[in-house]
Structure formats: structure tokens, C-alpha cells
Design a protein around this ligand. Structure first.
Ligand SMILES: NC(=O)c1ccc[n+]([C@@H]2O[C@H](COP(=O)([O-])OP(=O)(O)OC[C@H]3O[C@@H](n4cnc5c(N)ncnc54)[C@H](OP(=O)(O)O)[C@@H]3O)[C@@H](O)[C@H]2O)c1
Length: 255
């Protein structure tokens, strides 16, 4: 079997309806996995399914994963359809920018609930299905989406966001230790700038400058995200756990 082949594997991608989640869902499908995408809006899910169906078997299950109850419900919904889950991608995320002096408590709760607590509660909720899929040779995989803003101090006033992403990176290491013996790997991807709704305003205002300031001279492309998630989900990534992989054209890695 090809080192990067995902035929027969089942994946869940939260926030898989647009942006980075959609890029990853497409990559997983093209490598042969069947994919469940999830986000709050049912209509966005159906639109993404229409776009992704030409690449393979994909279904949308809407859920707001910022509460544990919804994380449990999403796992139960997938569990009604599948006996095993090979790949869980914790990608859904949100940001908030506001000056230090007025940055509100609500922006801490909203961002930490989704960016940091959801990966924990989802991983726990899906653990029985992940354990059912994982073997010594081919463990099940959890892929958390962090950010280079969790590696360096960001230029924008996104206090809860950058803290949540540093938290995601460390939670990744903690869960890798916890779940390795259960034949589940846990890794994080730390993206640099990629086109998405979250990044639209920043890239519209500073896109050229951001691209020029990276050693590779561009922002990220969909295949850059597809490539890293397929690597981590496939036999090629079977011995990697607790890693945080920057995919950023060198923006943070060469600072
Ligand atoms: N784009 C970048 O340059 C960049 C860089 C570093 C890290 N990241 C990270 O990459 C991930 C994806 O970001 P993106 O840039 O692709 O953002 P995006 O375009 O805003 O996409 C966010 C996705 O998450 C879903 N979502 C939002 N709140 C949710 C909730 N409460 N429950 C379930 N799903 C929810 C959204 O769908 P609904 O609105 O339908 O819920 C959407 O599918 C995030 O974790 C982000 O921090 C992005």
C-alpha cells in the first residue's frame, strides 16, 4: 500500500466547511479517506459537501463544538454511523482582536471554549472510536490545528487567541503521552497565513507585505494544508506523536 494512502480510513474534520478545514478535508478525501465535516451552520455543511463530493465520500454533521454536550453529541452521531474513527482533526477555531485596555472577559471565554477546550472534549468523546481503529502498526490519529501565533508573540491584539494556540500545542504533547499507549497519536499543525474568512481582513490589508516577509515569499496554499494532514494521518506519520509542525513558509521558524 502507498505510504500516504488513506483508503478505508474514516476521518472527522471540525470546521471542515471552509478555510483550513476544507483544505484538509479535501486532502483526506483525495488520499482515499471518507470524511465527516462539522460546523455550526447546516447550510454551510451542505455547500461544502456539494463541493467536496467529487473527491470522495463526505457527509456533514452540524455541531457547535464550543460546549462539551455538543462534542459528545457529535461523537455519538458519528458512532451511530461508524464502528471506528481513524483520524480526528480538531480544526474549528475563532479569533478576537481588541486593544489590551478593553479586551473583554467574553473574548476569553468564547475563544478558549472553542480553540482549547473543544479539542480536549472532542478527543475524549471520540476516544472509544479512535481506540477501536488504532493498532500498533497503524495508530489512530488526532491532529490539532494550532497556529504560529502560539509559537511567537503576534503583531495583532489577539490575546486569548495566541494563548489558546500555545495551549493547544502543549495540550497536544500532554495528550500524546496519555494516548500513545492506547494506540492513538496526537500532533498539532501550526499554520502560518492561509486564505480564509478568519484571515480575509488581514490579508486584504497586509497580504503582500505578509507574503514578502516570509522566507518562501508567499502565503500558504490549500495543498500545503492537505499535505501535512495526509502525512500525519497516513502510515508515513505512524511514528510521530506530540509534535507541533509549523507550516508557515518560514515566518515563525526563522524568526
Ligand atoms: N487561516 C489562517 O491563516 C490560520 C493560521 C493559523 C491557524 N489557523 C487556524 O485554523 C483553524 C481554521 O481557521 P480558518 O482560518 O479556516 O477560519 P474560518 O474560515 O473562520 O473557519 C472556521 C471554521 O470553524 C467553524 N466554526 C466556528 N465556530 C464553530 C463552533 N463553535 N463549532 C463548530 N464549528 C465552528 C466555521 O463554521 P461555522 O461558522 O459554520 O461554525 C468554519 O468551518 C482555526 O483553528 C484557526 O485558528 C488559521
Amino acid at each position: 500500500m502507498h505510504l500516504f494512502d488513506l483508503t478505508g480510513k474514516v476521518a472527522v474534520v471540525t470546521g471542515g466547511t471552509r478555510g483550513i478545514g476544507l483544505m484538509m478535508a479535501r486532502g483526506l478525501l483525495q488520499a482515499g479517506a471518507s470524511v465527516y465535516i462539522s460546523s455550526r451552520k447546516a447550510e454551510a455543511g451542505e455547500q461544502a459537501v456539494a463541493e467536496l463530493s467529487r473527491f470522495g465520500t463526505v457527509e456533514s454533521i452540524p455541531a457547535d463544538v464550543s460546549t462539551e454536550a455538543e462534542c459528545l453529541r457529535l461523537a455519538a452521531e458519528v458512532g451511530r454511523r461508524e464502528e471506528r474513527l481513524h483520524v480526528l482533526v480538531n480544526n474549528a477555531g475563532a479569533t478576537w482582536g481588541e486593544p489590551f485596555g478593553t479586551f473583554p472577559a467574553s473574548a476569553w471565554d468564547k475563544v478558549l471554549d472553542l480553540n482549547l477546550k473543544a479539542p480536549f472534549f472532542l478527543t475524549r468523546a471520540f476516544l472509544p472510536l479512535l481506540e477501536a481503529a488504532g493498532t500498533e502498526d497503524d495508530p489512530a490519529r488526532v491532529v490539532n490545528v494550532g497556529s504560529i501565533d502560539g509559537l511567537h508573540a503576534p503583531s495583532l491584539p489577539t490575546y486569548s487567541y495566541s494563548a489558546s494556540k500555545a495551549g493547544v500545542h502543549h495540550l497536544t504533547r500532554v495528550l500524546a503521552k496519555e494516548l500513545g499507549p492506547k494506540r492513538v497519536t496526537v500532533n498539532a499543525v501550526a499554520p502560518g497565513p492561509f486564505e480564509s474568512k478568519m484571515m480575509a481582513a488581514t490579508l486584504a490589508a497586509h497580504g503582500d507585505e505578509i507574503a514578502a516577509s516570509s522566507p518562501l515569499g508567499r502565503i500558504g496554499r490549500p495543498d500545503d494544508m492537505a499535505g501535512v494532514v495526509v502525512y500525519l494521518a497516513s502510515r508515513a506519520g505512524a511514528y510521530v506523536t506530540g509534535a507541533v509542525i509549523p507550516v508557515d513558509g518560514g515566518r515563525a521558524t526563522t524568526l
